[in-house]
Write a new protein. Sequence first.
Length: 332
Amino acid sequence: MKNKWRSLLLILLAFLLVACGKQRQLEHPDEAEENMTVVGFVQIGSESLWRSANTESIQSALSKEAGYFLVYKNARQKQENQIKAIREFISQRVDYIIFSPCEETGWENVLQEAKSAGIPVLLIDRKIETGDDSLYTTWIGSNMVEEGKKAAQWLEQHQMDYFQENEKIHIAVLTGTEGATATIDRMQGFREIQSQHPEWEMIEEVSGDFTTAKGYEVMKQLLKVHRQIDVVLSLNDDMTFGAISAIEEVGMTTGDEGDIKVISFDATRQGLEYVAEGKINVNIECNPNQGEEVKKVIQQIESGFYIFKNYYIEEEVFTKENVDEALPNRTY
Ligand code: AHR
C-alpha cells in the first residue's frame, strides 16, 4: 500500500515537472530565470545606422540587469522572417512580443495568433494597416507624417534663399522600402505642403531601400536621366550618403553653396556631420532611442495602468544653425 502511494506521488511530481517545463520552451531556458520578463524582439534588419541604433536601444533597455530576458531575431529585411520569428515567440510562450513591421500590410493572421495566445504585442517605429487595432497593445515611435511636413516646411521657408520667386524647383525623391510607414507617412506629410506649391515639381520618385549602396545606384541613374535636379529629398541618411557620393562623382556639389540642395532624414552622427560640413541642408530627426519608452510601457502594463494606443518620441530639425550643439552627444 505504502509503495502504491509513493508511486502515485512520483507520477504526480513527474507530471508537474513536465507541465512547468512546457510553460516556456525558451531557446536558452537555462539563462532565463523564473522572475525574468521574457520578451521576443524581431527587428527588421540592419539596413541603416538608424536601425542599428534602434536595436541597441531596445537591447540595452531590456537588459538582464533590468529583469528582462530578451530573445532577439534579425529578420534581414524580410516580412516572412518576421512572421516566422513571431510564431516562434508564440510557441515559446514569451511574455511580450516587440517588432517593427517592415511594411504595413499582411500582419492580421500572425497577430491574431498572438492575441489568441494572450501575448501583448508592442509595435515600435513603423505601423501596420489594419481594421482591428485590438491585434496589438500599443505602438511606440516617431510621427513620420510630421517629419515629412517638417522637411517641406524647411523648403518653403528657404526657397527664396536659393531660387527666384515662382521659379520651378525640380525635386528628385529617394524613397525607402515600399509599403513601409517611413516611406508612406513621410511622403504624405511632404505632399500635404507641396500641394500649396505648384512651382515644386517632383521629377521622379525612386526607392533606394534605405541603404547607402542603393542610394548611390539610384542617384547615379537619376543624374543620367534628368538634366536639372535642384533638390534631393532623401528619406534616410544612409541613402543620402550614397546619393551625395554619386553627385560628387559627376563633379557636382550639394548643400547651401552647392548645385543641389539636400533634405535628409534620421539625423545620425554622420548625417549631422554632413550638415556641419554644409553637404546636407537640413536633417529631420527620427529618434531611434525607443528602448526606455518601451520598458516604461511594459512596466505600466504589468502594473495594470491604462495603455494608450500611440506613444510618440520627441524629435528635432537640424540645420547648420543648431547642429554644433547636437553633434557632441550624438552616439549613433
Ligand atoms: O523606420 C525608420 C526608418 O527605417 C529610418 O529612417 C531608416 O533609416 C530606417 O531604415
